[in-house]
Design a protein around this ligand. Structure first.
Ligand SMILES: [Zn+2]
Length: 79
């Protein structure tokens, strides 16, 4: 179940979209992404310090000095 805050944020993001069908489609995508995000946090995923992307706790760090788990972008060597 998504919090009211998340729902409000999605609705705010949709304000600029005037086309009803398009707005509905984007709303579904955003709510699904929010639910996935929520699930990941519940599973112990933490946001990457560099990009803020949620990274799995089991992900092996590229460098032993890295304290936080790395996200896909960092592991791919982006940035
Ligand atoms: Zn990262």
């Amino acid at each position: 179940m998504l919090s009211e805050e998340v729902r409000a944020r999605v609705e705010t993001a949709l304000i600029g979209i005037t086309e009803e069908a398009l707005r509905g489609r984007i709303r579904r995508v955003m709510l699904r992404a929010a639910r996935t995000n929520q699930w990941k946090r519940c599973q112990g995923w933490t946001p990457c310090p560099r990009y803020g992307i949620l990274a799995a706790p089991s992900a092996a760090p590229a460098a032993p000095t890295e304290a936080a788990p790395l996200c896909d972008l960092c592991r791919a060597g982006v940035g």
